[in-house]
Design a protein around this ligand. Structure first.
Ligand code: GAL
Length: 660
């Protein structure tokens, strides 16, 4: 059992005492408190200082650092340092390195240079976790643990090492028991790919042309399970040696390489690292969006992840690393608009974050991230974000914010959007049309409903869907029976997107044809699919179909059709199926139509403005670099607790709703 959830949202910071002279620590701690911070994450990359040589521990510096922070009234989130195994360890077992798909080692000299399947490294990870937990597990300063750091970062979920190969074979043997079952499941008769024993199966890399997608999907499942079991090993040690503390992990943005729900099953709290400007620059957004939101981030990037990780954390989640200024790792790294760090922080809190923690305290003038801003500059002066953090602390106090009771089963929104990590693996393995991504479809649908002013819960396919007014299933190729049952139990509008139900768990086309099991609820059949290159589109009344189009056989009349009469949107009772990807305007129209039907209060938000409700407080956020008026959204008698009906650039307005 972990401690009760603290009542007030907290602010924190990521700190690296080992980077700075000891004489600075006291002053750092004092200034953290002065800034309104109350918790400090430390230790995730400090293995070489904790254990400079095998078995020789130096705890003195960490003892001092924890005492100083504690003495200043700060709580500590202590990390296991397993993302950065030290050189002596790598030299002692060089085969612990992951190999890339070409078989090249991912060498020492940065971080995350380990293979999740290496049994020797697993033991080392447990040994160092035990050592740290034995020393600090009962320390009153330590309120929580972070396992490792950003599993999967730098494409490290998959490894093509010999350890991975042996573990994969064992995993397959457990899954299929008999090699004939594997041959059957994968369809290995195709191209004479049949095996006679599990020992013959290789990792799916360096094949002449594409490997069997079923082989690839099982490899992804296996790799995901390796991350989960690596994490579980640390968690079980921490639970024993440090009872009563929360255990978390800092997940990432737009990273889907492992099943986060499976990893989070062993955590108390999900955390994620929010870098809205870096993500805008690095991901699929259009040039126009990249320019428009260069200093703000796309208005739905942070929110999408807040809502995703709230689900992953079963209601409890933190922002562990909040971008404080320019980062160092995107193609271009602009500074946030003044006020943006405050906006991002308040938006996280409005979505239910218990903690917003900034990365990092002071910019390091050395090594890889010397161009990455912190709350302080390398010369120890406040950087721009420092004052915004003070503002956030003042806002939290002014609003009297308290963490609302989190019951994992209670919806916090009226709209549920179903997302599954394996859906993304399927569309990565077999895009069929360049750029098709289940994650992107989910994001686009999310964005379309957020523009209408709704709060959204992003939930796994196993979630209880009762209590929602609108259910969206953007793209879920493998539909398990539990989802079919959940959907058959609801009467509210449900929108199901293309490619849903298009594969069996073995990566085959279902015998009934897509949408497979869902045909029991929705009598349509996908007879053919086609992908459309950029510029090639199918046109209907008020919408266009792009990239993906499905030819449907059914007696159900189409609700929306192309000009040539072929159906695009089909409705049977409360369920609709969308047989393609729509352009933005078409998608917006469709979401509006369904939301109205669901009885949701559609609002017309100015471009770049988003809303989120926390308890009886309604927040509005302006992602524009210009002021925007929200007079038409504010209820006539509402007095603003923060901001006003004129939202300044990066402005936040908060008012109390009367209906609760
Ligand atoms: C995160 C990582 C941090 C730091 C940061 C820089 O992905 O967890 O250690 O590298 O990015 O933005």
């Amino acid at each position: 059992m972990s401690r009760p959830v603290p009542q007030t949202p907290r602010l924190g910071v990521c700190y690296y005492p080992e980077h700075w002279p000891r004489e600075w620590w006291q002053d750092d701690a004092r200034r953290m408190r002065e800034m309104g911070l109350s918790q400090v994450r430390i230790g995730e990359f400090a293995w070489s200082r904790i254990e400079p040589a095998s078995g020789q521990f130096d705890w003195t510096w960490l003892d001092d650092a924890i005492e100083i922070l504690y003495g200043a009234g700060l709580s500590v989130v202590l990390c296991t340092p397993t993302a950065t195994p030290p050189k002596w360890l790598v030299d002692a077992m060089p085969d612990m390195l992951a190999l890339d798909a070409e078989g090249r080692p991912r060498r020492f000299g940065s971080r995350r240079h380990y293979c999740f399947s290496h049994q020797g490294y697993r033991l080392e990870s447990q040994r160092i976790t035990r050592a740290i937990a034995e020393r600090y597990g009962q320390h009153p300063a330590v309120i929580a643990w972070q396992t490792d750091n950003e599993y999967g970062c730098h494409a490290t979920t998959l490894s093509w090492s010999t350890s991975a190969l042996y573990e994969f074979r064992r995993w397959l043997a457990r899954r299929y028991a008999d090699i004939r079952a594997l041959n059957d499941a994968w369809g290995n008769v195709f191209w004479s790919m049949e095996y006679r024993s599990f020992e013959q199966v290789d990792l799916p890399a360096l094949t002449v042309t594409e490997a069997n997608p079923a082989h690839l999907l099982d490899f992804r499942r296996f790799a995901s399970a390796q991350v989960a079991s690596f994490n579980e090993e640390q968690c079980s040690i921490l639970r024993t040696l440090s009872p009563g503390r929360d255990i978390t992990h800092n997940f990432m943005g737009f990273v889907t390489d492992f099943d986060h729900h499976a990893v989070a099953a062993d955590l108390d709290v999900a955390a994620w690292d929010s870098y809205p400007l870096g993500f805008l620059e690095q991901f699929w957004f259009s040039e126009e969006e990249k320019l428009r939101y260069a200093r703000q981030g796309h208005p739905d990037i942070a929110a999408f992840h807040h809502d995703l990780y709230r689900g992953v954390g079963r209601g409890r989640w933190w922002v562990m690393e909040q971008q404080p200024g320019p980062v160092n790792w995107a193609r271009f790294n602009p500074a946030p608009l003044p006020g943006m760090v405050r906006l991002w922080s308040l938006e996280a809190i409005a979505h239910g974050a218990e903690v917003v923690s900034y990365f990092r305290w002071r910019q390091a003038p050395f090594a890889q991230e010397q161009m990455h801003a912190g709350l302080l500059r390398p010369d120890r002066q406040d950087d721009v974000a420092a004052n915004e953090v003070r503002d956030v602390a003042a806002d939290i106090a002014a609003l009297g914010l308290v963490n609302t009771a989190r019951s994992p089963s209670a919806p916090s929104s009226r709209v549920a959007l179903v997302f599954d990590y394996a859906a993304q693996w399927v569309t990565e393995i077999q895009p069929q049309g360049a750029g098709f991504s289940a994650l992107r479809v989910a994001f686009d649908w999310y964005s379309a409903v957020r523009r209408l002013g709704f709060d959204v819960d992003i939930v796994p396919p196993t979630a209880d869907l009762a209590g929602y007014s609108l259910i969206l299933v953007p793209c879920l190729p493998v539909v398990e029976d539990v989802l079919r049952q959940r959907l058959s139990a609801v009467t509210v509008p449900v929108l199901i997107g293309a490619r849903t139900g298009s594969k069996t768990p073995e990566f085959k086309i279902p015998g009934l044809l897509p949408p497979g099991l869902l045909q029991h609820l929705l009598p349509i059949r996908v007879a053919r699919v086609e992908s459309l290159r950029e510029g090639l589109k199918e046109v209907g009344e008020g919408f266009e179909v792009r990239l993906w189009f499905e030819h449907i056989e059914t007696n159900v009349p189409a609700e929306w059709s192309l000009r040539d009469g072929r159906g695009v949107l089909f409705r049977h009772r409360n369920l609709r199926y969308l047989a393609g990807l729509l352009d933005d305007a078409g998608l917006q129209r469709l979401m509006t139509l369904i939301a109205i039907e669901a009885g949701l209060p559609v609002r017309s938000l100015p471009e770049g403005v988003r809303l989120r409700r926390l308890g009886n407080l309604q927040f509005a956020f302006n992602y524009n670099s210009d002021p925007v008026s929200i007079h038409h959204i504010l209820p006539p008698s509402a007095g603003c607790l923060l901001g006003s009906a004129e939202l300044s650039p990066a402005g936040v307005t908060v008012w109390r709703m009367r209906d609760s």
